[in-house]
Design a protein around this ligand. Structure first.
Ligand SMILES: *Cc1c(COP(=O)(O)O)cnc(C)c1O
Length: 428
Protein backbone atom coordinates (compact mmCIF):
# COMPACT_ATOMS: atom_id res chain seq x y z
CA UNK A 1 0.00 0.00 0.00
CA UNK A 2 1.15 3.54 -0.66
CA UNK A 3 1.57 6.03 2.17
CA UNK A 4 -1.95 6.39 3.52
CA UNK A 5 -3.33 9.14 5.66
CA UNK A 6 -3.12 7.40 9.03
CA UNK A 7 0.06 5.83 10.31
CA UNK A 8 0.32 2.05 10.68
CA UNK A 9 1.26 1.40 14.28
CA UNK A 10 2.72 4.87 14.38
CA UNK A 11 4.82 4.48 11.21
CA UNK A 12 4.65 6.05 7.77
CA UNK A 13 6.73 3.59 5.77
CA UNK A 14 10.00 3.59 7.73
CA UNK A 15 9.50 6.96 9.42
CA UNK A 16 7.68 7.90 12.60
CA UNK A 17 7.40 5.59 15.59
CA UNK A 18 7.59 6.30 19.31
CA UNK A 19 11.17 6.49 20.57
CA UNK A 20 10.63 7.73 24.10
CA UNK A 21 11.60 6.99 27.68
CA UNK A 22 9.44 4.34 29.36
CA UNK A 23 7.63 6.95 31.51
CA UNK A 24 6.09 8.49 28.39
CA UNK A 25 4.71 5.25 26.93
CA UNK A 26 1.55 5.24 29.03
CA UNK A 27 0.57 8.90 28.48
CA UNK A 28 1.13 8.46 24.72
CA UNK A 29 -1.02 5.32 24.65
CA UNK A 30 -3.79 7.03 26.62
CA UNK A 31 -3.64 9.98 24.27
CA UNK A 32 -3.87 7.71 21.22
CA UNK A 33 -6.97 6.01 22.61
CA UNK A 34 -8.65 9.25 23.72
CA UNK A 35 -7.98 10.81 20.32
CA UNK A 36 -9.55 7.91 18.43
CA UNK A 37 -12.60 7.98 20.71
CA UNK A 38 -12.99 11.75 20.35
CA UNK A 39 -12.84 11.57 16.56
CA UNK A 40 -15.87 9.30 16.52
CA UNK A 41 -17.79 11.28 19.18
CA UNK A 42 -20.44 13.44 17.49
CA UNK A 43 -20.69 15.85 20.45
CA UNK A 44 -16.93 16.49 20.44
CA UNK A 45 -16.83 17.09 16.69
CA UNK A 46 -19.89 19.37 16.84
CA UNK A 47 -18.32 21.51 19.57
CA UNK A 48 -15.09 21.75 17.57
CA UNK A 49 -17.08 22.81 14.49
CA UNK A 50 -18.83 25.62 16.36
CA UNK A 51 -15.52 26.87 17.75
CA UNK A 52 -13.98 26.73 14.29
CA UNK A 53 -16.83 28.80 12.90
CA UNK A 54 -17.31 31.39 15.65
CA UNK A 55 -13.91 31.68 17.33
CA UNK A 56 -11.30 30.73 14.72
CA UNK A 57 -13.31 32.28 11.88
CA UNK A 58 -13.64 29.31 9.51
CA UNK A 59 -14.00 28.65 6.76
CA UNK A 60 -11.12 30.79 5.61
CA UNK A 61 -11.46 32.24 2.07
CA UNK A 62 -10.02 30.68 -1.07
CA UNK A 63 -9.03 33.88 -2.83
CA UNK A 64 -8.57 34.19 -6.61
CA UNK A 65 -5.53 36.40 -7.22
CA UNK A 66 -6.23 38.12 -10.57
CA UNK A 67 -3.17 40.38 -10.75
CA UNK A 68 -0.74 37.60 -9.82
CA UNK A 69 -2.38 35.32 -12.39
CA UNK A 70 -1.93 37.92 -15.10
CA UNK A 71 1.62 38.89 -14.15
CA UNK A 72 2.93 35.34 -13.75
CA UNK A 73 1.27 33.82 -16.84
CA UNK A 74 0.10 30.21 -16.98
CA UNK A 75 -1.95 28.83 -14.11
CA UNK A 76 -4.70 30.66 -12.25
CA UNK A 77 -3.33 31.66 -8.86
CA UNK A 78 -5.46 31.06 -5.78
CA UNK A 79 -4.51 31.74 -2.16
CA UNK A 80 -5.99 29.92 0.83
CA UNK A 81 -6.09 32.68 3.44
CA UNK A 82 -5.26 30.73 6.63
CA UNK A 83 -3.69 33.92 7.93
CA UNK A 84 -7.21 35.25 8.48
CA UNK A 85 -7.77 32.68 11.23
CA UNK A 86 -7.93 34.19 14.74
CA UNK A 87 -4.37 34.62 16.11
CA UNK A 88 -3.08 35.07 12.55
CA UNK A 89 -2.03 31.61 11.40
CA UNK A 90 -3.01 27.97 10.99
CA UNK A 91 -1.52 26.96 14.36
CA UNK A 92 -4.79 27.66 16.18
CA UNK A 93 -6.44 24.72 14.33
CA UNK A 94 -4.20 22.24 16.10
CA UNK A 95 -3.90 24.08 19.41
CA UNK A 96 -7.68 24.33 19.78
CA UNK A 97 -8.27 20.72 18.74
CA UNK A 98 -5.73 19.40 21.24
CA UNK A 99 -6.93 21.65 24.08
CA UNK A 100 -10.50 20.43 23.56
CA UNK A 101 -9.20 16.86 23.56
CA UNK A 102 -7.29 17.52 26.81
CA UNK A 103 -10.44 18.89 28.44
CA UNK A 104 -12.35 15.80 27.30
CA UNK A 105 -9.64 13.68 28.98
CA UNK A 106 -10.17 15.59 32.22
CA UNK A 107 -6.83 17.41 32.06
CA UNK A 108 -6.96 21.03 33.17
CA UNK A 109 -3.29 21.88 32.74
CA UNK A 110 -1.75 22.48 29.31
CA UNK A 111 1.92 22.73 28.44
CA UNK A 112 3.50 23.47 25.06
CA UNK A 113 6.87 24.23 23.50
CA UNK A 114 7.40 27.23 21.30
CA UNK A 115 10.26 28.57 19.17
CA UNK A 116 9.36 31.92 17.67
CA UNK A 117 6.23 32.01 19.81
CA UNK A 118 3.51 31.37 17.22
CA UNK A 119 2.49 27.97 18.59
CA UNK A 120 2.77 29.26 22.15
CA UNK A 121 0.53 32.15 21.27
CA UNK A 122 -2.12 29.91 19.66
CA UNK A 123 -2.04 27.52 22.61
CA UNK A 124 -2.28 30.37 25.13
CA UNK A 125 -5.30 31.76 23.27
CA UNK A 126 -7.02 28.35 23.14
CA UNK A 127 -6.43 27.87 26.88
CA UNK A 128 -7.83 31.32 27.66
CA UNK A 129 -10.93 30.53 25.62
CA UNK A 130 -11.45 27.12 27.28
CA UNK A 131 -10.46 28.13 30.82
CA UNK A 132 -7.39 25.88 31.04
CA UNK A 133 -4.14 26.56 32.89
CA UNK A 134 -1.27 27.14 30.47
CA UNK A 135 2.54 26.96 30.71
CA UNK A 136 4.68 27.61 27.63
CA UNK A 137 8.27 26.39 27.49
CA UNK A 138 10.45 28.69 25.45
CA UNK A 139 14.24 28.85 25.10
CA UNK A 140 15.73 31.79 26.95
CA UNK A 141 17.32 33.05 23.72
CA UNK A 142 13.93 32.99 22.01
CA UNK A 143 12.22 34.70 24.96
CA UNK A 144 14.68 37.54 24.57
CA UNK A 145 14.30 37.97 20.80
CA UNK A 146 10.54 37.29 20.47
CA UNK A 147 9.16 39.74 23.03
CA UNK A 148 6.01 40.70 21.07
CA UNK A 149 4.79 37.07 21.19
CA UNK A 150 5.83 36.66 24.83
CA UNK A 151 3.78 39.75 25.66
CA UNK A 152 0.76 38.34 23.82
CA UNK A 153 1.02 34.96 25.58
CA UNK A 154 1.10 36.72 28.94
CA UNK A 155 -1.93 38.81 27.97
CA UNK A 156 -3.78 35.53 27.32
CA UNK A 157 -2.85 34.52 30.87
CA UNK A 158 -0.17 31.93 30.06
CA UNK A 159 2.98 31.47 32.09
CA UNK A 160 6.05 31.65 29.84
CA UNK A 161 8.85 29.51 31.26
CA UNK A 162 12.33 30.41 29.91
CA UNK A 163 14.44 27.28 29.27
CA UNK A 164 18.12 27.68 30.16
CA UNK A 165 19.51 24.26 29.15
CA UNK A 166 21.47 23.47 25.96
CA UNK A 167 21.37 26.07 23.21
CA UNK A 168 18.35 27.67 24.98
CA UNK A 169 16.19 27.44 21.82
CA UNK A 170 13.35 25.32 20.41
CA UNK A 171 14.78 21.84 20.82
CA UNK A 172 15.61 22.51 24.46
CA UNK A 173 12.06 23.78 24.99
CA UNK A 174 10.72 20.48 23.56
CA UNK A 175 12.94 18.47 25.94
CA UNK A 176 11.76 20.53 28.91
CA UNK A 177 8.08 20.11 27.96
CA UNK A 178 8.58 16.33 27.61
CA UNK A 179 10.17 16.24 31.05
CA UNK A 180 7.24 18.14 32.58
CA UNK A 181 4.73 15.83 30.90
CA UNK A 182 6.56 12.72 32.10
CA UNK A 183 6.37 14.07 35.67
CA UNK A 184 2.69 15.14 35.53
CA UNK A 185 0.86 12.87 33.07
CA UNK A 186 -2.39 12.63 35.07
CA UNK A 187 -3.11 16.35 35.25
CA UNK A 188 -1.35 17.62 32.17
CA UNK A 189 -1.59 17.44 28.39
CA UNK A 190 1.35 18.37 26.16
CA UNK A 191 0.15 20.22 23.05
CA UNK A 192 2.85 19.52 20.47
CA UNK A 193 2.91 22.19 17.78
CA UNK A 194 3.70 20.45 14.49
CA UNK A 195 3.07 17.14 12.73
CA UNK A 196 6.07 15.44 14.30
CA UNK A 197 7.28 13.96 17.57
CA UNK A 198 6.39 10.50 18.90
CA UNK A 199 3.23 8.75 17.69
CA UNK A 200 0.32 9.62 17.92
CA UNK A 201 1.22 13.34 17.56
CA UNK A 202 1.80 13.25 13.77
CA UNK A 203 -1.67 11.71 13.30
CA UNK A 204 -3.35 14.10 15.74
CA UNK A 205 -1.81 17.26 14.34
CA UNK A 206 -2.50 16.24 10.72
CA UNK A 207 -6.11 15.44 11.60
CA UNK A 208 -6.76 18.84 13.24
CA UNK A 209 -5.00 20.69 10.40
CA UNK A 210 -6.75 18.75 7.64
CA UNK A 211 -9.70 21.11 8.00
CA UNK A 212 -7.64 23.36 5.67
CA UNK A 213 -7.46 20.79 2.88
CA UNK A 214 -11.08 19.69 3.27
CA UNK A 215 -12.23 23.29 2.89
CA UNK A 216 -10.05 23.78 -0.19
CA UNK A 217 -11.44 20.61 -1.78
CA UNK A 218 -15.03 21.72 -1.18
CA UNK A 219 -14.38 25.32 -2.25
CA UNK A 220 -12.69 24.15 -5.46
CA UNK A 221 -15.50 21.69 -6.27
CA UNK A 222 -18.22 24.27 -5.64
CA UNK A 223 -16.55 26.76 -7.94
CA UNK A 224 -15.47 24.32 -10.62
CA UNK A 225 -11.75 25.00 -10.06
CA UNK A 226 -9.44 22.38 -11.54
CA UNK A 227 -6.39 22.16 -9.28
CA UNK A 228 -3.06 21.66 -11.03
CA UNK A 229 -0.77 22.12 -8.02
CA UNK A 230 -0.90 22.89 -4.30
CA UNK A 231 2.02 24.64 -2.66
CA UNK A 232 2.79 24.96 1.05
CA UNK A 233 5.81 25.81 3.18
CA UNK A 234 7.28 23.09 5.38
CA UNK A 235 8.73 23.73 8.82
CA UNK A 236 7.74 20.74 10.93
CA UNK A 237 5.04 20.16 8.36
CA UNK A 238 1.67 20.86 9.99
CA UNK A 239 0.18 23.41 7.58
CA UNK A 240 1.37 21.46 4.54
CA UNK A 241 0.18 18.02 5.65
CA UNK A 242 -3.22 19.46 6.65
CA UNK A 243 -3.53 21.28 3.32
CA UNK A 244 -2.48 18.18 1.31
CA UNK A 245 -4.39 15.60 3.33
CA UNK A 246 -7.52 15.01 1.18
CA UNK A 247 -5.33 14.69 -1.94
CA UNK A 248 -2.58 12.37 -0.65
CA UNK A 249 -4.15 9.16 -1.92
CA UNK A 250 -4.89 10.39 -5.43
CA UNK A 251 -2.33 10.93 -8.20
CA UNK A 252 -3.33 14.57 -8.75
CA UNK A 253 -2.85 17.44 -8.15
CA UNK A 254 0.89 18.03 -7.79
CA UNK A 255 1.71 18.59 -4.11
CA UNK A 256 4.72 20.83 -3.55
CA UNK A 257 6.44 21.30 -0.19
CA UNK A 258 8.77 24.26 0.21
CA UNK A 259 11.68 24.27 2.63
CA UNK A 260 13.77 27.17 3.84
CA UNK A 261 16.77 27.68 1.55
CA UNK A 262 18.09 30.35 3.94
CA UNK A 263 21.14 32.19 2.64
CA UNK A 264 22.47 29.31 0.52
CA UNK A 265 23.34 25.63 0.25
CA UNK A 266 26.14 25.47 2.85
CA UNK A 267 25.99 23.70 6.22
CA UNK A 268 24.22 25.92 8.76
CA UNK A 269 22.87 28.25 6.07
CA UNK A 270 19.40 26.74 5.58
CA UNK A 271 16.81 24.26 6.84
CA UNK A 272 16.58 22.03 3.75
CA UNK A 273 16.17 18.48 5.02
CA UNK A 274 14.67 16.98 1.86
CA UNK A 275 16.35 19.02 -0.86
CA UNK A 276 19.80 19.94 0.47
CA UNK A 277 22.81 17.65 0.80
CA UNK A 278 22.86 17.41 4.60
CA UNK A 279 19.52 15.74 5.34
CA UNK A 280 19.82 12.19 6.66
CA UNK A 281 17.79 9.60 8.46
CA UNK A 282 17.91 9.78 12.22
CA UNK A 283 15.99 9.54 15.46
CA UNK A 284 15.55 12.71 17.48
CA UNK A 285 12.98 13.94 19.99
CA UNK A 286 10.96 10.73 19.89
CA UNK A 287 10.57 10.03 16.18
CA UNK A 288 12.44 8.71 13.15
CA UNK A 289 12.62 11.03 10.18
CA UNK A 290 15.01 13.04 8.05
CA UNK A 291 17.08 15.58 9.96
CA UNK A 292 19.99 17.91 9.40
CA UNK A 293 22.65 15.98 11.32
CA UNK A 294 26.41 15.94 11.55
CA UNK A 295 28.58 12.77 11.31
CA UNK A 296 27.94 11.99 14.98
CA UNK A 297 24.19 12.26 14.64
CA UNK A 298 24.02 15.62 16.42
CA UNK A 299 21.56 18.24 15.16
CA UNK A 300 23.23 20.78 12.87
CA UNK A 301 22.55 24.49 13.20
CA UNK A 302 19.86 25.78 10.83
CA UNK A 303 19.08 29.17 9.40
CA UNK A 304 16.11 30.92 7.86
CA UNK A 305 14.71 34.42 7.81
CA UNK A 306 11.40 32.83 8.82
CA UNK A 307 11.49 31.53 12.38
CA UNK A 308 8.74 28.98 11.69
CA UNK A 309 10.81 27.12 9.10
CA UNK A 310 14.06 27.23 11.07
CA UNK A 311 14.07 23.64 12.41
CA UNK A 312 16.34 20.63 11.80
CA UNK A 313 13.59 17.97 11.51
CA UNK A 314 10.55 17.29 9.34
CA UNK A 315 7.36 15.39 10.12
CA UNK A 316 7.69 11.65 9.40
CA UNK A 317 4.70 11.46 7.06
CA UNK A 318 6.10 14.19 4.83
CA UNK A 319 9.51 12.49 4.83
CA UNK A 320 7.80 9.30 3.60
CA UNK A 321 5.68 11.15 1.05
CA UNK A 322 8.81 12.89 -0.22
CA UNK A 323 10.61 9.58 -0.68
CA UNK A 324 7.63 7.99 -2.42
CA UNK A 325 7.49 10.98 -4.76
CA UNK A 326 3.90 11.94 -3.94
CA UNK A 327 5.08 15.25 -2.48
CA UNK A 328 7.71 17.17 -4.47
CA UNK A 329 10.12 19.24 -2.42
CA UNK A 330 11.86 22.42 -3.36
CA UNK A 331 13.55 25.23 -1.44
CA UNK A 332 13.37 29.00 -1.53
CA UNK A 333 16.06 31.45 -0.42
CA UNK A 334 15.45 34.19 2.18
CA UNK A 335 15.83 36.76 -0.60
CA UNK A 336 13.19 35.08 -2.79
CA UNK A 337 10.77 34.89 0.13
CA UNK A 338 11.19 38.64 0.77
CA UNK A 339 10.52 39.31 -2.92
CA UNK A 340 7.33 37.23 -2.71
CA UNK A 341 6.19 39.23 0.33
CA UNK A 342 6.55 42.43 -1.72
CA UNK A 343 4.93 40.92 -4.82
CA UNK A 344 1.72 39.77 -3.14
CA UNK A 345 1.45 42.83 -0.90
CA UNK A 346 1.79 45.25 -3.80
CA UNK A 347 -0.26 43.38 -6.40
CA UNK A 348 -2.95 41.69 -4.33
CA UNK A 349 -3.08 43.66 -1.07
CA UNK A 350 -2.20 40.52 0.85
CA UNK A 351 0.63 40.47 3.37
CA UNK A 352 2.15 36.98 3.64
CA UNK A 353 4.02 35.74 6.71
CA UNK A 354 7.66 35.08 5.78
CA UNK A 355 7.05 31.34 6.19
CA UNK A 356 4.10 31.38 3.81
CA UNK A 357 6.00 33.62 1.38
CA UNK A 358 8.26 30.60 0.71
CA UNK A 359 5.18 28.87 -0.73
CA UNK A 360 4.30 32.06 -2.63
CA UNK A 361 7.78 32.24 -4.17
CA UNK A 362 7.70 28.58 -5.24
CA UNK A 363 4.24 29.10 -6.80
CA UNK A 364 5.64 32.05 -8.76
CA UNK A 365 8.22 29.63 -10.23
CA UNK A 366 5.79 26.84 -11.18
CA UNK A 367 2.87 28.98 -12.41
CA UNK A 368 4.26 29.03 -15.96
CA UNK A 369 4.55 25.22 -16.11
CA UNK A 370 0.81 24.76 -15.57
CA UNK A 371 -1.87 25.39 -18.22
CA UNK A 372 -4.16 28.39 -17.84
CA UNK A 373 -7.30 26.33 -17.24
CA UNK A 374 -5.81 24.93 -14.04
CA UNK A 375 -5.15 26.45 -10.62
CA UNK A 376 -2.10 26.69 -8.42
CA UNK A 377 -3.27 27.03 -4.82
CA UNK A 378 -0.89 28.59 -2.32
CA UNK A 379 -1.48 27.98 1.36
CA UNK A 380 -0.89 31.32 3.09
CA UNK A 381 -0.29 29.69 6.48
CA UNK A 382 -0.05 33.03 8.27
CA UNK A 383 -0.22 36.76 7.76
CA UNK A 384 2.80 39.00 7.89
CA UNK A 385 1.95 41.51 10.61
CA UNK A 386 4.10 39.54 13.06
CA UNK A 387 7.19 39.99 10.85
CA UNK A 388 7.42 43.77 11.01
CA UNK A 389 10.56 43.52 13.19
CA UNK A 390 12.24 41.38 10.49
CA UNK A 391 10.95 42.94 7.27
CA UNK A 392 11.32 46.59 8.30
CA UNK A 393 15.10 46.45 8.88
CA UNK A 394 15.36 44.98 5.35
CA UNK A 395 12.90 47.15 3.45
CA UNK A 396 13.42 50.48 5.27
CA UNK A 397 16.40 50.17 7.62
CA UNK A 398 17.13 53.80 8.49
CA UNK A 399 13.49 54.78 9.14
CA UNK A 400 13.08 51.69 11.32
CA UNK A 401 16.21 52.41 13.34
CA UNK A 402 15.06 55.98 13.89
CA UNK A 403 11.64 54.72 15.01
CA UNK A 404 13.15 52.28 17.53
CA UNK A 405 15.46 54.98 18.97
CA UNK A 406 12.53 57.35 19.35
CA UNK A 407 10.48 54.61 21.07
CA UNK A 408 13.25 54.00 23.59
CA UNK A 409 13.56 57.70 24.31
CA UNK A 410 9.83 57.95 24.76
CA UNK A 411 9.78 54.99 27.17
CA UNK A 412 12.71 56.31 29.13
CA UNK A 413 10.91 59.53 29.85
CA UNK A 414 9.42 58.18 33.07
CA UNK A 415 6.28 60.26 33.05
CA UNK A 416 4.91 58.41 30.02
CA UNK A 417 5.44 55.02 31.63
CA UNK A 418 3.73 56.04 34.86
CA UNK A 419 0.87 57.46 32.91
CA UNK A 420 0.43 54.24 30.88
CA UNK A 421 0.66 52.13 34.02
CA UNK A 422 -1.92 54.09 35.90
CA UNK A 423 -4.22 53.97 32.89
CA UNK A 424 -3.87 50.16 32.73
CA UNK A 425 -4.43 49.97 36.49
CA UNK A 426 -7.59 52.05 36.34
CA UNK A 427 -9.18 49.91 33.66
CA UNK A 428 -8.56 46.59 35.45
C1 LIG B 1 4.90 27.74 12.57
C2 LIG B 1 4.57 28.25 11.22
C3 LIG B 1 4.92 27.54 10.04
C4 LIG B 1 5.73 26.28 10.06
O1 LIG B 1 5.18 25.20 10.73
P1 LIG B 1 4.51 23.95 10.01
O2 LIG B 1 4.29 23.01 11.13
O3 LIG B 1 5.47 23.44 8.99
O4 LIG B 1 3.26 24.42 9.39
C5 LIG B 1 4.51 28.04 8.82
N1 LIG B 1 3.82 29.19 8.73
C6 LIG B 1 3.48 29.90 9.82
C7 LIG B 1 2.72 31.18 9.64
C8 LIG B 1 3.84 29.47 11.10
O5 LIG B 1 3.49 30.18 12.18
Amino acid sequence: MSVSSYSENGFFERYGGRYVAEVLSRPLEELDLAFREAMSDRAFLDELDVIRRDYIGRETPLYFAPAATKLLGGAQIYIKLEGLANTGAHKINNAMGQCLLARRMGKRRIIAETGAGQHGLATAAACAKLGLECTIYMGEVDVRRQQPNVAAMELYGAKVHPVTSGSRTLKDAVNEAMRDWAANPDTTHYVLGSALGPSPFPDIVREFQSVIGREVKRQAEERGIKIGAMVACVGGGSNSIGFFEPFINSKEPRLIGVEAGGTGPGIGENASRMTGGAGREGILQGYKSRFLLDEDGQALPTRSISAGLDYCGIGPQLAALGESGRVEFTSVLDREALDAVSFFARNEGILFALESAHAGAAAMRVAGEIPGDQAVIINMSGRGDKDVFITSPVFRPSEWTRFLRAEIERLESASDIHEAKSMAGESL
